[in-house]
Design a protein around this ligand. Structure first.
Ligand code: ADP
Ligand code: ASP
Ligand code: MG
Length: 459
């Protein structure tokens, strides 16, 4: 079997969903399980609704919900036709009425918790997966909608829930395998799951890629396909650099590093389940299905360019801590990292001297809570609006002169922190957020002027 995941823009309206139906019907003989996101921008709108409701503004929240309902009803009617779809439309209406009740409830209480946030956010994938399944049936495919809340078991860390792989794999075997053996095409929503008690959870924004990998690993897929709106993984974000090249093949660890450091095309957790089962992951374009896309595999082809790609992660804060307590260098670092551990906060780049340490965290982290603990250890300074630039390639550690060429290419830029050698495959450094477009363009020009045709393609 294979897993085919379609992101928001690939299922954003009736036209897009019809395109998807065609793509899936071309793979029926491979026993696909289909994982779909909410329609494009829907999750953002659900977040906005939850916030309006939490702030007591029922009117705006319900008005947004009305628009969302109309968009889904319109797509359903276009896909299914008016007469056949009465019962189906009634079901979708019921879902939106439940969403409205929830929004009114939040307004009444005057507070939004992570648990109710997840309940609200889940509607995008819940509703859209039903629509896609119905659309497949309308185009003569034997599709069956599967409720992801009955398959993906997670802990109760709402908004960023962590899957319980053993429990999930048992559920997948029980719910999905029988459908596949009957020749049906299971269609399920990505991004959502439920605790063992059945309370709905989400696994983090952009998490449908991860859902696809969880399903693929759980069912021993021969391939996981991530269908999106670009021709695969590119040498950099095509929004920053329109002449970014398509990467034909890349190794799991290189792609994982890029995803972690900001290449939004893949959710950072996607590759872990695939690596464990050695399942190839393909990134493909639903608007251009004839393109080969990118193949992510255990061992990539040798590349004569030092780098495969450049990623940038914005919204980074640098924290500088100068020790005031006499802890000694090792005691100081231990105490600092204990604070980050206590707040479950990931640190990306670190540089140290005897009495001070600079490190970077995502600006979305709860910095005031961290600050209270860090200030017990020393003088602390924060600088926001920074970005991490990460350049990924094979054997960087063994290639002489690479660092000189990287920093030579951006000689006019103020580079705040540098890290190389922590892994064999990357050079990472921190710059001002506003400098990212220029830095990425300059680096791309230098390192991809003469691309290896075995690894990169212009289209
Ligand atoms: P989906 O809704 O299909 O999950 P996303 O918007 O999450 O799609 O991811 C696709 C987008 O990722 C692309 O449209 C592109 O703007 C962005 N992107 C960032 N870095 C890269 C990269 N290195 N290669 C390809 N796309 C990238
Ligand atoms: N719909 C979710 C989001 O926008 C999950 C996803 O699309 O991957 O974050
Ligand atoms: Mg995505």
């Amino acid at each position: 079997m294979i897993v085919m995941k379609f992101g928001g823009t690939s299922v954003e309206n009736a036209t897009a969903i019809n395109r998807v139906a065609k793509i899936v019907s071309s793979r029926v003989s491979e026993n696909p399980v289909v994982v779909v996101s909410a329609m494009a921008k829907v999750t953002d709108q659900l977040v906005a609704m939850a916030n309006y409701a939490g702030g007591g503004d029922a009117e705006t929240a319900l008005d947004l919900s009305r628009k969302l309902r109309a968009r889904h009803i319109e797509a359903s009617t276009e896909l299914l036709g008016n007469s056949k779809s009465k019962a189906f439309l009634a079901d979708i209406e019921r879902d939106f009425s439940a969403l409205d009740d929830l929004l009114r409830g939040i307004c009444a209480v005057g507070e939004i918790t992570p648990r109710t946030t997840d309940n609200i956010l889940s509607f995008g994938e819940r509703v859209n997966s039903k629509i896609v399944a119905a659309a497949f049936c309308a185009s003569e495919m034997n599709a069956m909608h599967v409720d992801s809340r009955e398959c993906i078991v997670t802990n109760n860390q709402f908004t960023r829930a962590i899957p319980d792989f053993d429990a999930t794999n048992d559920r997948l075997a029980a719910k999905i395998r029988p459908l596949l053996s009957k020749g049906a095409i299971p269609v399920m929503g990505g991004f959502i799951g439920a605790t063992r008690e059945g309370i709905v959870t989400t696994i983090g924004r952009g998490g449908s890629d991860f859902s696809a990998a969880i399903v693929g690993a759980g069912l021993d897929a021969t391939r996981i396909e991530i269908w999106t709106d670009v021709d695969g993984m590119k040498t950099t974000d095509p929004n920053l650099c329109p002449n970014a090249l398509r990467i034909k093949t890349i190794a799991f660890e290189e792609a994982a590093e890029l995803a972690y450091f900001g290449a939004k095309v893949l959710h950072p957790s996607t590759l872990l389940p695939a690596v464990q089962k050695n399942i190839p992951v393909l990134v493909l374009n639903s608007r251009n299905p004839g393109n080969e896309g990118t193949r992510i595999v255990a061992r990539a082809t040798h590349c004569r360019n030092p780098f495969k790609a450049i990623a940038a992660k914005k919204r980074i804060t640098i924290i500088d801590i100068v020790a005031t307590r006499m802890l000694g260098a090792h005691g100081f670092l231990r105490a600092v990292f204990e604070v980050f551990d206590k707040h479950r906060c990931a640190v990306d780049v670190v540089s140290t001297s005897e009495v001070s340490v600079s490190l970077t965290v995502d600006s979305n982290e709860s910095i005031p809570a961290l600050a209270a603990d860090l200030e017990k250890l020393g003088d602390v300074k924060y600088e926001g609006r920074k970005a991490i630039v990460c350049m990924v390639g094979e054997n960087i550690r063994e290639t002489p002169g690479v660092a000189a060429k990287v920093f030579g290419a951006i000689a006019d830029t103020n580079v705040r922190m540098i890290s190389q050698g922590a892994s064999e495959i990357n050079i990472t450094f921190v710059v001002e957020e506003d400098d990212v477009p220029e830095v990425v363009r300059q680096l791309h020009e230098v390192f991809f002027a003469d691309p290896d045709p075995e690894v990169f393609a212009y289209a």
